[in-house]
Design a protein around this ligand. Structure first.
Ligand code: IPM
Ligand code: MN
Length: 354
């Protein structure tokens, strides 16, 4: 009997709808082949709706999302909306409310994709960053006193409980084992300065690894050093695990080394709940409606969604089709407008390779 999944689709702002359409094209091809049925329901949350109604993401929508198997997101961000409103009101709200405590961001260089790292080849850039996704500085703990005066004092606290650290580490260790590549997990932190929070992460990391994952090699980098090694020796990495804010920063660095935002995908994952998959590049408003934006990141995000749903063969097929499309040499660049194909032609091409 064919398996059926309900997918909430949030195309969102800017070029979000265009790339989501191509992702769905590829999902439809792969679901036909693997006898999966995907039922999409579209939601219009984003900048336009906010400007019309003042609504970002109502609690009722979050309750509704809980009934779905997964969420597929295009992009959030609108030039006429003050920065922060949509990011906090939609993206972060969904991550928190659905307890998507893992942000999974693969850094993988596909063939013929240009990397700014000199002499690095696809076999050198293939690792995964596990970013803790609901804790740390992002909880918003802190506050401000004497605002607007010369004495204004603001705090934003990096807060981590052992529970939140442990569940993230467990995911990262399990993933390192499942990936079975270098069997090496690198903890990225800054325990020379973060003597409380960093120390908690390091102890939890070592205790868990020593007790339950003796097959996994434990490695540690300070975050500043990690940014150097990600540029100089990316081949060293297998899986990295880090805090929310450090992960936010280093995953953008990783994305650039794999060819930029046109190809970088991410998953906001609740291993026991509803996860949400997105191209991490943003809404790119200036390219909206031109059929020139690169849809690969959205296609890769769709593949990650299948993998998390447990449809590993279908996920692999998406990855292979992306690989083959790029290996063909027919895509000239990862930049919008310079691919040598339109957005929809890229989608057609990848779908045809499934
Ligand atoms: C990301 C983004 C978000 C984050 C912003 C838009 C809130 O940069 O997904 O990496 O900081 O997590
Ligand atoms: Mn970011």
């Amino acid at each position: 009997m064919s398996k059926s999944y309900d997918i909430a689709v949030l195309p969102g702002d800017g070029t979000g709808p265009e790339v989501v359409a191509e992702g769905i094209k590829v999902l439809d091809a792969v679901s036909a082949k693997f006898d999966i049925s995907l039922n999409y329901q579209e939601f219009d949350f984003g900048g336009e709706r906010y400007l019309k109604t003042g609504e970002t993401l109502p609690d009722s929508a979050l309750e509704e999302f809980k009934k779905f198997d997964s969420i597929y997101l295009g992009a959030i961000g609108h030039p006429d909306v003050k920065p922060g409103i949509l990011e906090v009101g939609i993206l972060l709200k969904a991550r928190f409310a659905l307890d998507q405590y893992i942000n999974l961001r693969p850094v993988k260089l596909y063939p013929n994709v240009e990397t700014p790292l000199k002499d690095k080849k696809p076999e050198d850039i293939d690792y995964v960053i596990v970013r803790e996704n609901t804790g740390g500085i992002y909880t918003g703990m802190g506050g401000v006193t004497m605002k607007g005066t010369p004495h204004e004092n603001a705090t934003q606290i990096m807060s981590y409980s052992r529970y939140v650290v442990d569940r993230c580490l467990k995911y990262a260790y399990d993933l390192t084992r499942k990936r079975n590549k270098g069997k090496q997990l690198t903890l990225v932190n800054k325990n020379n300065v973060l003597t409380h929070v960093g120390d908690l992460w390091v102890r939890a990391f070592e205790e868990m690894g020593d007790a339950e994952y003796t097959d996994i090699k434990q490695d540690y980098n300070h975050v500043d050093a990690a940014t150097m090694w990600m540029v100089k020796s990316p081949e060293f990495y297998d899986v990295m695990v880090t805090t929310n804010i450090f992960g936010d920063i280093i995953t953008d660095l990783g994305a650039m080394t794999q060819g930029g935002m046109g190809i970088a995908a991410g998953g906001n994952i609740n291993p026991d709940g509803v996860s949400m998959f997105e191209p991490i590049g943003g809404s790119a408003p200036k390219y909206t409606g031109k059929n020139i934006i690169n849809p690969f990141a959205a296609i890769c995000a769709a593949g990650m969604m299948l993998d998390t749903l447990g449809e590993e063969a279908a996920a692999k097929a998406v990855d292979t089709a992306v690989y083959d499309a790029l290996a063909s040499g027919k895509i000239q660049s990862m930049s919008a407008g310079r691919m040598g194909m339109s957005t929809s032609e890229v989608g057609d091409f990848v779908a045809s390779l499934i």
